[in-house]
Design a protein around this ligand. Sequence first.
Ligand code: NAP
Ligand code: F7E
Length: 319
Amino acid sequence: MPVAIITGITGQDGSYLAENLLSKGYQVVGMVRRSSTVTMERLEKIQDDIIITQGDLHDQSSMVSLLEEFKPDEVYNLAAQSFVPTSWSQPLLTAEVTALGVTRLLEAIRQVNSKIKYYQASSSEMFGKVVDVPQQESTPFYPRSPYGVAKVYGHWITVNYRESFDIFATSGILFNHESPRRGLEFVTRKISNTVAKIKKGTVKELRLGNLEAQRDWGFAGDYVEAMWKMMQHSVPDNFVIGTGETHSVREFCELAFGYVGLNYMDYVVQDPRFYRPAEVDLLISDPTKAKVELGWEASTSFKNLVEMMVESDLQHLSK
Ligand code: NAP
Ligand code: F7E
């Protein structure tokens, strides 16, 4: 039975990846940081099938112990301070976790067993103020937030450990991916959740920032399969994962409100509080390499994604 350790298992992607790996016959070990209240909401259905153990990306010795105890074949590093606005208010914490945390984990692998395969959760935020449209593996990075800068560091240290120490260290450059399990602060879930509340009559408006920002949005459930495929590839490499389509925040609102028979223009209020010091205006992937070399393609359309999220929030509120 192959063993996989997932950092960030309590997050959106961690929960989908854990389910995916369990269905493939893995023993799944999740690294969770200590907190006064444990939040396993996204793992409720599989909690009895996985092993949860404490560890923190701030603390290298916790990761060394983890690797020594569970002897994993694969480590998926999904943990991060992942919310872009927080990276301006907490830039040093973001650097410690999202950037240096990667080196700590790679060092732990080098120390304990350099044959362990490593997956790094890199991000389209690294392309930032894009210099190419669409963006592919060779597109130069131009990050626009402390989060983006930290992810660029995480990407390059992954490449460097691959080249320096011959570690199977792979970097998945994933474009935005969403789901009913997305955190409530991210724009897609903020919209789907507020649309459901407006429909139920408990909320009157939706306050948003920049409606013209464009993103290549896919479904998280599809993207975790790409992570696994990258780890089964013959060699460690960098892969862009996205849908190849882009849509604006405004279009997301239009579809989400339309799904419940409402016009977004009657409810959306633009609020300067939600504008960013520096914006990423346009992201659109060229996922050709993933299709050709991994046989991976996104299978959920933008419309289906929006509807799935609104429907799930409607049902959640009804309960
Ligand atoms: P998420 O929902 O925000 O989950 C982040 C996870 O990291 C949570 O489990 C969190 O634990 C954990 N974490 C935070 N700080 C930690 C620390 N110091 N030590 C250990 N664990 C820590 O993020 P996601 O959307 O699932 O994304 C997964 C990864 O992919 C992240 O690295 C993100 O930056 C990257 N990424 C995401 C996207 C996307 O569109 N979703 C796109 C590209 C890349 P708690 O539950 O305790 O907070
Ligand atoms: O913002 C605009 C905002 O916070 C998307 C993370 O998973 O994907 C995510 O980062 C866009 C931005 O995601 C609001 O200005 C307008 O242009 O949902 P978001 P993100 O910043 O793209 C990447 C790939 C990651 O790696 C990250 O970890 O929407 N926007 N009004 C708003 N955004 C938010 N959050 N809230 C608003 O009210």
